[in-house]
Every structure is written in structure tokens, then in C-alpha cells.
Design a protein around this ligand. Sequence first.
Ligand code: ATP
Length: 925
Amino acid sequence: MNADAQHEAVYGAPPEMLAVRDDLTPMLSQYADLCEAHDDALVLFQVGDFYEAFCGAAEAVARTCEVTLTKREDSTGTWPMAGIPIDNAAGYLERLLDAGYRVALADQVEDASEASGLVDRAVTQLITPGTVVDEELLEAGRATYLGAVARDGDDYGLAVVDVSTGECLVTGADRALALEELERLAPAELVVGPNCDLPSLSFDPMETPFDPDAFDPETARETLSRYVPRPEAVVESTVERRAVGALLAYAEYAQGDSKLEYVTRVTRFDPREFLQLDATAIRSLELFDSRSARAGSTLFSVLDETACALGRRRLEAWLRRPLVEQGAIEARLDAVGALADDALSRADLRDHLSSVYDLERLVARISRERASARDLRSLKTTLDRVPEIRETLDGVESGLLADLRDSLDELDGVRDHIDRAIVADPPQEITEGGVIAEGYDAELDDLRGTAEDGRAWVSNLEAHEQERTGIDSLEVGYNQVHGYYIEVTNPNLDRVPDDYVRRQTLKNSERFYTPELKEREDEILRAAERADSLEYDLFCEVRADVATESARIQAVADALADLDVLRTLADVAVANDYARPVFHDGDATDGASNDGTTAGIEIDGGRHPVVERTQDEFVPNPTSLPQGGVALITGPNMSGKSTYMRQVALVCILAQMGSFVPADAARLPVVDRVFTRVGASDDIAGGQSTFMREMSELTEILHNATDDSLVLLDEVGRGTSTTDGLAIARAATEFVHDEVGAMTLFATHYHDLTDTADERDGVFNLHFTATQTDGEVTFLHSVAEGPSSSSYGVEVAHLAGVPATVVERARSLVEADDEGSNTKPGQRSAHTGPDNDAQPTADARPDDDIQSPQDGPESPQDGTLAAYVDGLENGHRTADDDHETEPTVDAVARDVADELREADLVDTTPLEALNLLSDLKRRLE
Ligand SMILES: Nc1ncnc2c1ncn2[C@@H]1O[C@H](COP(=O)(O)OP(=O)(O)OP(=O)(O)O)[C@@H](O)[C@H]1O
């Protein structure tokens, strides 16, 4: 989409114009200059009411915006041209952005009527996915980030800014963590520093080339010092400083090389201060985006009862970044609890917050000098709510709510100022008067008085002149071109007095003025014009004055956002019957845990917050997952395994973001990370090798999970042959149990895997079942202890109405397989086949010996999964695994390789070569 080749003809001055540079008309010459100066964007050039583009850029605009490609002809040539109307440019700009273009708006910066010759034009704004500030191009409830990444050896710095609100975040981490954070923040546009070497990302940011010098440590310090007094106090390393410095430098450049006044806080965070959710987990738990077409089928949409855009963005941030500090989590839970218990305050808060405007964006517009008088009034309306909100919070018992109430600065000065200065219902335009309230400025009142007196004199003039001249039909009127006039019809012209001066002749009448009328007119116009321009100046002064309070207003915005989220979480908890989770510190004596293991996740009557909304009757299920425990979950397709696993993860995430949870009760540890690996068939990776993806996600988990992590494995190993799949699944289970110690839920169709529970204390089986009632298959959706019956799949096939002959044949195959098989892990056995008989997939392939990629001489002999699988297959890992290894692909491959090595290609005819190849291939297969 963002093809450079495509942009070559679009960005920069059109070569055909440069060829006749000296002969171009002044306007096109100005266009070419601006294109040259902004050769990293498509220049849209204001000509009156249109933005125009020429040559290659015109073709791109015409194609992308579906507008007509016309041409401009002059003495130097014929130039392809396309234009978009300025009045509704937003929709067109959006299309250009979506098509991957960066756009520079070259506006007329002087009044065309005052210009002597060519109107001055300048690029006033660069519009790119990460720098858009126009309301129409922004999603109200979502932060749009611009990001920058810098690298120093193994350390990465990452910074993002939301240019529409001024929120600026910076962090530093090793490569893996930084990439994870980058995925989580998913900036719309990314400035990548030298040598960063980023892999392909799961989202699709516009990568922006920018001056590498901006990443220089000293330059970055200088940039950052424009925003914070002591850069060293904000960031923790040079690489963080380089990232945030370059980021701000680019944002300034995009906003016309000026400081971003509304960036009043640069906040550093450590990813480890939050529950880490990588992009895979965010996606597979469907926190924000759902793979299902059903509306409202994400966790965010279930929670989103926010009353204002501030709250909506904050809710998203909290859900993306649940906490790990128990005190902070409890503070949020206390606040949610207090509001949940107080329906009246909750309703009042909702009411007040729903009339709160998007303060963060308002303040940014005010600082950027783009706010209108209406924006200032919106600010006032919002601030008017603050005392009421404070009052509502007076009676509510919670430390956090009390703190938030205290930080709600009433900003009386700002409110009064706006109230005194700006009329109650100002016009959208700020240059045409009617904006400043009466009594605010004496000079303005005088000027308005003069204009008013003049108009009053004119309105009396008609009667006065009718009486003086005796012409009853005489009229006094006004038009834009000629100003005030006295109109006399032709039959009365003989009675016109001598002081009437002819102004205009019409068909049936003449228009006149008198010297006094002219004088009054000049007076009125002078006063009105002067008043308009004074109003504009006064308005700018008020706006600038309000801008000096940006930081205080942003602090109010911050508190309102938090309040809206806490109120929302309370609403959701009450409406959906959620319970307050209790956190324990992992001590078994602290309760709940049964058999001496350390207490882990204990949930009574847990529900999936999203699925329960779409289901007539959702069956709640308990969870008891000790710390370090691995639950192997079996059961037929559609029985509820994935839903169950996800609901456990969602309960943990909700709890750590400070929300009540969909359960009767929950006792939880604070988890440090949630990992998910969902099965190949569920994977949206599409054409890529899903197995490779599955394995790299598994590797990621096994490397990074800790004993405080929650791991969901859904059908791991399904992407390859049954033998390898089962071996990998077993190895992964053992590894995660023996080496990692993470709380793990593993849904599997490999029935053989359930044996692992006999070998390891911390591994246990759970299962889901189905029954048949009146010929209908019913999934009970309730979890039970122990493994699912191994032949269950065939029974489900039967229940599902698969023809009897097929079911019988399947049964006899299972029995035959049972009799003739080993039960060694890694080999097909009676139960080895995935028990998801209702779903004939790749799993149903006959047994084969495709070697797992981890095998072979290069296998690392360390504590990795690869080594583990290797060990298993070679019989060294498990004490009771004393079977001979089946003839493996190793031996065949070695033979084939030897034969290839020995083949004398010089003396081989093409036919012989083909035969050899075919033979080797057959043996390998
Ligand atoms: N506890 C429950 N109560 C009611 N309905 C449920 C419950 N759990 C799941 N369901 C319903 O069953 C459907 C299938 O559930 P789920 O995808 O979890 O099954 P599964 O066992 O993981 O299937 P597969 O093995 O094919 O992935 C869900 O979409 C939901 O409609």
C-alpha cells in the first residue's frame, strides 16, 4: 500500500515542472518550491476554496479520492490537476491517509484580497497517520499514537505521543520486551532510529523516515529539555532519551516546527509495572477485536459503559495495561466497590460526566491555537460540572475517590474568564465577530456602540427623507457592493434634493447617497471592521491565557477520565452481577488451597464475560488451579474448553485492572503475565506456516513465563503430524510443569497426554462432556475432574448423526488400533488420535514420521523445548519410556544424504538424475 515507487511520482516537485522551472507561472513556481521543500509528502495546495495537486500527485489524488482528473493550461504547458473542496476535505484526507500517503497542507497564509500579486502560501500542517489532530479524522474513544524506537546495542528505547491529547509515554527494555510493548501500543506511525532492525509487526504502522540526527543523544536532550526541566529525571537511559527526543522533534516538524505546548507531561513507565499482555494474548483473548462477526463480542465492548470520550480512552488504557501492584489494584477495587454500593452517586456521576467534553483534545487544540470560541465554551461547560462532581464524591468512601475528588481543580479563574469574555452561543468562525461578550472590553463596546448608533441613524433616515422630499415611496437600502443608498423611483426623480449624489441607475429607479450618509456609512464600516479585528485579537488573548493553564486542565481531564472508568466498572459489576476478587499473596496458609500446594487461582462459579452475554444460559464453572499446577482439559469440540480457559484469563485481567469479575467469588494471585497459544485451526495467521508460528509462540512462552504467569495452551501441536504433535504437547506440558512452574491450562484433543497427570503431582485432568436428549446432542458445558473418555469422539460422532456404518467402521478402527499399538508417547495409540472426532482435520492424517524441526544433530542440548523433545524421542527423558525408537526419518534422511553426496553428477544424464531424484523423494516420503 505504502509503496515507495508509487510515492516517487507523488512526492517532491513534479519533474515535468522542474524541466521548465524558469518559465513556470508564479503560482506553479510556488507550488514546485513547496513540493521541493516538503518532498516527504503529497502537497495539497490551496487555491481559493480548493486544495489542488498537479501532475503525478494529481493522478494519485484523483485515483484515491475518486475525483475528476482535469488539467490546467498555461503558456508553459498542460498540467494534470485534481482538486478537493476545502470545506469537506476531511473525508478525502482520510482516504489519502488510508492509502498510505503523507499529506502536507499548503494553505494561503495571507488574505487573497490584500495580497499584491501572488498570495503567500506555506505548509501549515503535515498530516500523517500518527500526527492527525482533526476531530473528523480521529476516533473519539481511541488514542492515536505516533511512536519512535531507538537502539543502543541490546537496549531499546520506545516513546509514543498522542498528538491530539499530548499524552507522551516513554520506556526502555530489551528487544523482546520493547517489541511486545510496541505491539501493545500499536502506534499508527513509527519513526525508526538507526540500526533498530525491527521484525515485521502484527499491526501495520506507517514507517516514517526522519533525520537520524534527531536520535543523537545531545540533540535529543535539547529537544526534550523544551518539555521537561531536567531530561535526566524523566528518562532512565540514553536510549530512552534518544527515542523520546526524536519523537518530539518529528512531532514538532509535523506541526510546522513549533513546540507542542500541550505536551506538559512526559511519563516514563516500566513495562514490568504492568501485567504483561503481548499482542498474541490481546488478540486471542479478544480484548479489543473480535474474530466473530457478532457485535459487542469483545471484552472492551462489554465494559464500555463510559459516559465520555476521556473515560473511553482511559478504559482502553487500563484494559491494555492491568496492574501488578496489589495496593494500587485494591485502591481501584475499593473505589469500584464504593460506587457499586451507591447507586445514587453512580447515576449522578454518569449524568455529570456525560456532559463532559473531550478536555484532553480541547486543551491540545487550545494550546495549538486551533480552538474556536465554541471550544472555549465547551471547556467552560465541562469545568462547570467539576464542583457538582466533587460534591457527588463527598459521601463516597474510598481513598482513591477522595484523591480524585481533591485533584478536581475547579479552575474558577479560567471559568470566569471564559464566561466574561465569550458569548454564550458563539459562532463557529472566530474572525467574523459576535464572539466576545458585551462588557468585556470597553474599546470593543465603544466601537460596537458607534456602529450601532450609525445603524440606528440609517434606519431612521428613510422616514426622515420621505418627509423632507415628500416622496413616500423613497427607500433606504444596503448592498455589499455599493453600500447604503437612497432609492427613488423614476416618476419622483424631479423631487430629488440637490444634496443627493447619484450612485447607481436601475431600470425603474435611481440610487443616491448624501454626503452625510456616506460619512455615516464609513463610520459604521470602520467601527464594525475594527470591532471584528479587535474581537479576534481579544479572543486570541483569552485563548492564550487559557493555554497557560494547560497543565491544570489536563490534571482535571486525568481525574475525570479515571472517575468515568471507575464508575463504569461499578456499573458493569452491578449490571452483570460481578464479584469483588480477593487477592492473596500466594501463601497456602492464607486459605483455599487443598493439598499443601501454594494457593493459586480459585474461582467459584466463573463465567466468560463476553460469551455469557450471547448465551441464553451460560453454565458457570469453578476453577482451582494451584500455583505451578497444570490442568489438562479434554472434551469434544464445542464442549466449552476454550471458553473456560479464556474466562480464567479474563477474570485475572479484569481483577488486575481493578474491576470486579464475572464469578460468584474469586481468590487470585497477582499474575505477572498472561500467555496464550491458541490452536492452529483458530489461528488467523492465514497463509503463513501456522505450525512455525505455533512453535515460535510456544518458544516465547517457555522462555518467558515465570511461576507467577498464567499460560493458556489451546491444542498445541495440532499443526503437525499426530506423532510429533503429541510429543511436542507432552514435552511442553512437562517443561512448563517441571521447569517453568507457571499456572497452566492446556486444552487438548490428545487423549494420551492425560497420562501425564499420573506421572506428575502438579498435573491434573479436567474434562467437558456432552449428552444426548431426544436425539439431540447437548453440551453440558460444565467442567468435571478427570480426563474425558478416549472413545468419546466416536460417540459424539454418533450423537451428531454420522451414519451408523461410518460410526461402526470408526469404532472398529479404534479397536484395531488399540490392539496393535504401543502406548509410548510420540507414537500413535488407541487414544493418541485427537479425540475431536467431530472435526476431521490434519490431525486425522495417518501416522507419519515427519521429524520435528527441533530434532537433528543441531538440537540445542539445553533446557529448551527442542532439547526436551529430542530427549523424549531418544528415550532419555522419561524413566518409564523404555521403548525402542521407531525407525525415524533420521536414518532415511542420512541414507538419502549419503547417496546424494556420492552421486557423480558430472556423469549423470538428465534422465538418470530425474530417476534418482524421484527415488530419493519416494524414500523420504
Ligand atoms: N459455560 C458455558 N455455558 C454455555 N455455553 C457455553 C459455555 N462454554 C461454551 N459455551 C458455548 O459453546 C461454544 C463452544 O465453546 P468452545 O469454543 O469453548 O468449545 P471448545 O471445546 O473449545 O471447542 P473446540 O475444541 O472446537 O475449540 C461457545 O461458542 C459457546 O457458545
